[in-house]
Design a protein around this ligand. Structure first.
Ligand code: ADP
Length: 724
């Protein structure tokens, strides 16, 4: 019987294609990988369905072959399609995310040595020790280095034994980059509040259907301990169950990986862009076959092909880094909830400062709301003092006020640690010419160049463009006229060194800790008390426990409030609560000082009074009144082009074509705040609707009315977090 397969290709095409299945191909099922012709090319695709082709008269191209990669489980395939529809993107784009792990080669087999049984020509005590490693009948082969280490001999001895024929090189598959977890390896004794939350999560999983919970507790209350119990429960309940722990940033993975390993006696798999390709390939396959049980990863780990995903943890669920802003635009927290629903899995969202969206779901009972009472043990939340910079201005060219400097001196004298928090990389956020007044920007982008002194370069943080700091102003040619305006972490370090010349000072930002290894080294050094003053961006403000850190100084609390987007106040509160929450995580009480020009601002008042709930209730009321998320729906259309005239006319056509929809409002087109990026002009529309409206369908209908010119890129951002 002739068969026809509907195949989704991982490409930006509007729909899946039908192909004829050659008779000799044998069994073919949804989720199978195939090679399919596409014009002159051969591309990978995934089978969505197979059906009888009797009566189909269209000429169909035949599939080329079936590939032997592990099939995509049905829920993974369903999720990719759902995600694409939600994000208003072609389905193939979501499939491409799912298949990403297959782009990497498998790791090369590892070369190991084992004994042949033949005696060496000459025996020495060193050679004897090596051969003894393999004396048992079931001795495992070892890498030559490991064998030499274990026997306490030089690598030359092992090599000589191979040449002698007493050892032989064998190739064995690369070891898995994860182990098999034991749910009962090393459980913590939970305090009563933690135990109650853990019990609730266990009962939630026992229902065996989709369920969500918000795990809400201040930093240090033991949320991680509690969710690890939920993970243990998932592993125990079902020997095939898989668990995903999502983290907003790679920098945080190291600490969580270590804790998972301690708790379950085996390293979990990690999934993020910092991992080498062959290892990602191994993890992808092991997730698809079910061999890998715990994945700790960044947002894209959500698109892995889980065989039996039973539990998802979204740690720091409020974190804006969960929003992917480029390529396939999506919010990993929201998508995680959708995936849990499709899998019939449980999901736990953990945070000390939950997002308004999640709190609202908790308030309305969609999510179970589990609150942890206090910090674990004797640790207390820090005392928070607002420093009014109008009353305590720092000296010219300095950024630390007298009260903060005094607190730093006291802390240093006691042998304790301080953290200066400033969410700005580099030395100065702006370079200005004193002669002509020009601010230095990227050549093709509307954003200021940030001065980096360590590297001696001016860098555009948006596009990555950089150039050496020039001697003359590029505009007027004046020599030595450039001045650095404002502080970044590098400049604060300079100030701290001038104030405390003997202190050990380090900077923690994505420049000084660009990869997990260097982040881990900095964190370890801080935890070991080798640093007195840490100057840090948000890279260090999240997640870490530093027992000797007793003072946090927020250098510019108003920074995030200036941009003025819908979540500016909420985000500032979350970030500063996290940053100040680093102080006093153990026996010693902590203090936090917040420098601000607006101490009367609701965010500052709430931080000082630890009144999270009051602040969020007020924010929530304001959003409800204006119909903004989570009480209404929002989407952005971003148009960009190298050709301003085409862009202008397309924006006008699009505006004229907006369908009339009850409960939908279209704002724009307006020049984007970042009106020029990489030489492309940008315009934006914002669409707002009531919650019960299918905004994706509305936008789909709208787009279909006007053909997008080739010279214009149209990006759709459902529930935008960036308004630039
Ligand atoms: P959170 O995730 O809420 O910030 P953590 O789980 O990281 O809190 O806990 C904060 C610190 O307290 C960690 O060092 C953790 O090991 C410790 N801790 C929390 N609960 C317990 C417990 N029940 N037993 C032992 N240590 C605990």
């Amino acid at each position: 019987m002739p068969r026809l397969a509907q195949v989704l290709l991982p490409l930006p095409l509007p729909e899946a294609f039908d192909y004829a299945v050659p008779d000799e191909m044998g069994a073919l099922a949804p989720g199978d990988h195939v090679a399919a012709p596409l014009g002159p090319r051969v591309v990978r695709g995934v089978v969505l369905s197979v059906r009888d082709a009797q009566g189909v008269n269209r000429p169909l191209k035949p599939l080329i072959e079936k590939l032997d990669d592990p099939a995509l489980p049905p829920a993974t395939l369903a999720f990719a399609q759902w995600a694409a529809r939600y994000a208003a993107q072609p389905p193939g784009e979501a499939l491409a995310m799912t298949l990403r792990g297959l782009r990497h080669p498998r790791p090369k087999p590892e070369r190991r040595v084992t004994a042949t049984g033949a005696p060496p020509a000459r025996m020495t005590p060193a050679r004897r020790r090596v051969l003894d490693l393999f004396a048992a009948p079931d001795a495992a082969p070892l890498s030559p280095t490991r064998a030499a280490e274990r026997a306490g001999v030089s690598p030359g001895v092992v090599k000589a034994l191979v040449e002698d024929g007493a050892l032989v090189m064998v190739e064995s598959p690369a070891a898995a980059p994860f182990g098999q977890p034991d749910p009962d390896f090393e459980a913590s004794a939970l305090n009563p509040s933690q135990a109650a939350a853990a019990q609730a999560l266990i009962e939630m999983q026992a229902r065996g259907v989709f369920a969500a919970a918000l795990l809400d507790g201040v930093t240090g209350s033991g949320k991680t301990e509690v969710y690890l119990e939920a993970v243990a429960c998932a592993l125990r309940r079902d020997p095939e169950a898989q668990v995903l722990i999502l983290l907003p940033e790679i920098a945080l993975t190291q600490a969580v990986l270590a804790r998972v390993e301690r708790r379950f006696g085996a390293a979990p798999a990690q999934w993020h862009s910092g991992e080498p390709g062959p290892r990602r390939r191994q993890v992808w396959e092991a997730v698809a076959t079910g061999e890998c049980r715990i994945v700790v990863g960044a947002r894209s780990a959500l698109f892995l092909p889980y065989r039996k995903l039973s539990l998802i943890i979204v740690d720091e669920e409020h974190d804006g880094s969960y929003k992917q802003e480029e390529g396939f635009i999506y919010h990993a927290r929201d998508m995680a909830v959708a995936r849990a629903k499709l899998e019939g899995a449980a999901i736990v969202l953990a945070s000390a400062t939950p997002s308004l969206e999640t709190l609202w779901n908790a308030e309305t009972g969609r999510y179970q709301w589990l609150r942890l009472a206090d910090r674990h043990g004797v640790a207390q939340l820090p005392d928070i003092t607002l420093i009014d910079l109008r009353a305590h201005p720092p000296q010219t060219g300095r950024w630390l006020s007298a009260p903060l400097v005094q607190a730093m001196a006291e802390t240093y004298a006691r042998g304790e640690q301080s953290l200066l928090f400033l969410n700005r990389r580099g030395y100065a956020p702006l370079v200005l010419c004193r002669a002509c007044g020009e601010k230095l920007t990227s050549p093709d982008t509307d954003s200021w160049l940030v001065e980096h002194r360590y590297s001696g370069r001016l860098v555009c943080h948006l596009t990555g463009f950089s150039m050496p700091r020039p001697e003359r102003c590029p505009h007027c040619g004046a020599k030595d006229s450039l001045v650095s305006i404002g502080p970044g972490v590098e400049r604060l370090e300079e100030e701290a060194r001038a104030l405390f010349p003997d202190a050990r000072i380090a900077v923690f930002s994505s420049d000084t800790a660009p990869d997990p290894q260097s982040a881990r080294a900095l964190v370890a050094s801080m935890a070991a008390g080798e640093i007195d003053i840490l100057v840090a961006t948000q890279a260090a403000a999240k997640g870490h426990n530093f027992p000797r850190l007793t003072l946090v100084g927020v250098v510019d609390a108003d920074l995030g409030l200036r941009g003025g987007d819908l979540r500016a106040a909420e985000r500032t509160f979350q970030l500063l609560a996290q940053a100040t929450g680093r102080a006093g995580r153990a026996e010693r009480p902590g203090r936090a000082f917040i420098q601000t020009y607006a101490p009367e601002h609701a965010v500052m008042q709430a931080l000082r009074d630890s009144d999270r709930d009051g602040f969020l209730a007020a924010e929530s009321d304001a959003r409800r009144l204006s119909g903004l998320p989570p009480f209404g729906r929002l989407a952005a259309l971003i148009l960009s082009s190298h050709d301003p005239a085409i862009l202008e006319s397309f924006a006008r056509d699009l505006a004229a074509a907006a369908p009339n929809g009850d409960g939908v409002e279209v704002y724009g087109p307006a020049d984007a705040p970042l009106a020029l990026v990489r030489g492309r002009r940008r315009k934006r529309f914002l669409v707002r609707s009531a919650r019960n409206i299918d905004l994706q369908a509305y936008i789909g209908a709208w787009r279909a009315r006007v053909k997008t010119p080739n010279a214009v890129r149209l990006t759709i951002d459902i529930d935008p977090y960036s308004f630039l």
